[in-house]
Design a binder for this molecule. Structure first.
Ligand SMILES: [Zn+2]
Ligand SMILES: [Zn+2]
Length: 346
């Protein structure tokens, strides 16, 4: 099969011929239809992710067709999405229904060969294959593996956003735009913050009020500008850019007893946050990491019915060669161009 691969961080990304994986029970083989180019693929290529094993076939957000699966034969031939946190199904977290933080998780494109390839081996088919309704297109399904599902869980299950509340999104890349779409579908007022005019244009089209900043705008000023539209502050703040300054801006902007949800991956483990404000305003600081395969049904219903449209966030599709150049060119911007997809067959 053909696959993209890199053998050193920041090194060349090339198309390679490699053997098609052979699944052994309880694993499955999925033929990739569409794969999203997510900013964490870029972060992995730069060496920013400690879990990456070299040489690496990148790509972790995909949809495809099950071609072999001894443990779930009924799914062979079905279209599926695979959560990027591929869980073990057995550890204490999985047993408690929290497969998104599985102790023994594997991730395509990081610990395991990824989806910028014609085929991907998926461990533990029973836990990690999520069958898709026919009404969901490949374009809509791809981002359900990472960004759209991550946004869904961050907004609904972790941020616990409710109708009548308000939300601010810091970073309007794929996750941020998905979060905006999910919140506006709930008739929630949303303010979106980004440095990139194109990202804010898309946020505006999705119904958000936009705040344009520069890389130098200070957290306190960003918070003030969010509060110009939401005087009491947002109930929920979603940080989706992986920026310590934006995380601080979110916390400073929040309404008293508000919830900050950190989704964006930061390059540094330690960071300074306005913890005095966290105490005096009784703010919650929450992390959100993907979504368990068992938790997809409500999201799939809303996408199948057209109430949520991940496909409108798609701004283009490239083949493997295009994916290589797009991947290494993702630095600098906040993935501001919506969601770009890879079709490994083209
Ligand atoms: Zn991702
Ligand atoms: Zn587990």
């Amino acid at each position: 099969m053909r696959a993209l691969q890199y053998s050193s961080f920041n090194g060349p990304v090339t198309i390679e011929e490699m053997p098609r994986p052979v699944p052994e029970d309880p694993d499955a083989l999925v033929e990739v239809r569409r794969s999203g180019l997510c900013r964490s693929d870029f972060r992995a290529w730069t060496g920013g992710d400690p879990d990456v094993v070299l040489p690496c076939v990148p790509g972790h957000e995909f949809t495809g067709i099950v071609r072999a699966s001894a443990s779930t034969p009924a799914l062979v031939g079905r279209r599926v999405v695979v959560p990027f946190v591929m869980a073990c199904g057995d550890c204490p977290e999985c047993q408690r229904g929290n497969a998104q933080v599985c102790r023994f998780q594997r991730q395509p494109g990081f610990t395991d060969p990824g989806s910028f390839a014609e085929y991907v081996l998926v461990p533990r088919a029973r836990v990690n294959l999520v069958p898709l309704p026919d009404a969901i297109s490949d374009d809509a399904a791809a981002s359900l593996g990472c960004r759209f599902a991550t946004a869904w869980r961050a907004v609904t299950a972790v941020g616990k956003l409710r109708r009548g509340e308000s939300m601010a999104v810091f970073g309007a890349g794929g996750v941020g735009l998905a979060a905006i779409m999910i919140a506006t579908a709930m008739d929630v007022q949303v303010v979106a913050v980004d440095v990139n005019a194109k990202a804010l244009e898309m946020a505006d089209r999705l119904g958000a009020t936009t705040v344009s900043i520069t890389a130098k705008t200070q957290p306190g000023e960003i918070a003030d500008r969010v509060r110009a539209f939401l005087p009491d502050g947002p109930d929920v703040g979603i940080e989706a850019a992986g920026s310590a300054a934006l995380a601080s801006a979110s916390l400073l902007s929040l309404r008293r007893r508000g919830r900050h949800v950190q989704v964006g991956l930061m390059d540094e483990e330690m960071t300074a946050l306005p913890i005095g404000t966290v105490i005096s305003r009784e703010l919650a600081v929450l992390g959100s990491h993907g979504m368990a395969g068992a938790d997809y049904s409500a999201l799939l219903d809303l996408v199948a019915s057209g109430q949520l449209r991940p496909d409108v966030l798609v701004t283009g599709t490239v083949g493997l060669a295009g994916a290589a150049s797009t991947l290494i060119g993702m630095g600098g911007s906040s993935a501001a161009n919506g969601i770009r997809l890879v079709d490994p067959k083209s």
